[in-house]
Design a binder for this molecule. Structure first.
Ligand SMILES: Cc1cc2nc3c(=O)[nH]c(=O)nc-3n(C[C@H](O)[C@H](O)[C@H](O)COP(=O)(O)OP(=O)(O)OC[C@H]3O[C@@H](n4cnc5c(N)ncnc54)[C@H](O)[C@@H]3O)c2cc1C
Length: 184
């Protein structure tokens, strides 16, 4: 239902990804009223008043990094190679950059008439992707720790950073450029 918020439009369905400590999810799954009330409190009324909840599911978020992404003529990519916390929405972007680099290397290999599955080529791909992958993994870890750290000083620094992010001109395009992997 509307609450006078100018941006609000009635009849909207919304989906939400909610990250919470282990064990807390059970009460959100089982109890619609509790879920709606807690969500409303956490989210505020920017999207109006939440009146009904749909089907919900929960699963643990765990960082999974393959020890090796290449073995012989085989490459693993995407979540199989690096499953990241979705906090910064970086996982799929990273997969696309991996795929782009591999495609470029393979195209060059085809033009030379060489073997596409050559293990040296695949090893070079793995090495070429290390810097970007490590950068994104470090960034996601830092954001997760920044948002969950109980230390009040770190909480204060995080809140100041969020306000600065919202208010300072030019900072959002800069962060977006970094997040898209266009700047390291
Ligand atoms: C809540 C959330 C929000 C996200 N938001 C963003 C975002 O905003 N931006 C972004 O860049 N990234 C985001 N990501 C990350 C993104 O979803 C992943 O990086 C991307 O889905 C990885 O694609 P994938 O194909 O490698 O793996 P998946 O999407 O995990 O696909 C693997 C598929 O294989 C299937 N499968 C698994 N095991 C087997 C088996 N044994 N046999 C047959 N099939 C199997 C699975 O069912 C699944 O369909 C988000 C992730 C989550 C969880």
């Amino acid at each position: 239902e509307g609450d006078g918020n100018d941006d609000y439009q009635t009849g909207f369905r919304r989906s939400v990804v909610w990250v919470c400590p282990n064990g807390e999810e059970q009460q959100y799954l089982e109890d619609d009223a509790h879920f709606l009330a807690t969500l409303q409190q956490a989210f505020g009324t920017r999207a109006g008043t939440f009146t009904a909840a749909g089907r919900r599911g929960a699963y643990p978020l765990t960082r999974v990094l393959a020890k090796s992404q290449v073995d012989g003529r085989c490459v693993i990519m995407g979540n199989a190679a690096h499953t990241l916390h979705p906090v910064a929405g970086q996982g799929f972007n990273l997969c696309m950059r991996d795929a782009h680099v591999l495609a470029q290397m393979m195209s060059a290999q085809v033009l030379k008439g060489d073997d596409l599955g050559d293990s040296q080529l695949l090893k070079r791909y793995e090495k070429a992707r290390q810097t970007d992958q490590k950068r994104v993994i470090r960034f996601c870890d830092a954001v997760v720790h920044g948002f969950t750290h109980p230390n009040p000083v770190i909480k204060l620094a995080r809140n100041v950073a969020l306000v600065a992010f919202d208010k300072l001109p030019n900072i959002k395009p800069l962060v977006a450029t970094y997040a898209m992997g266009l700047k390291s």
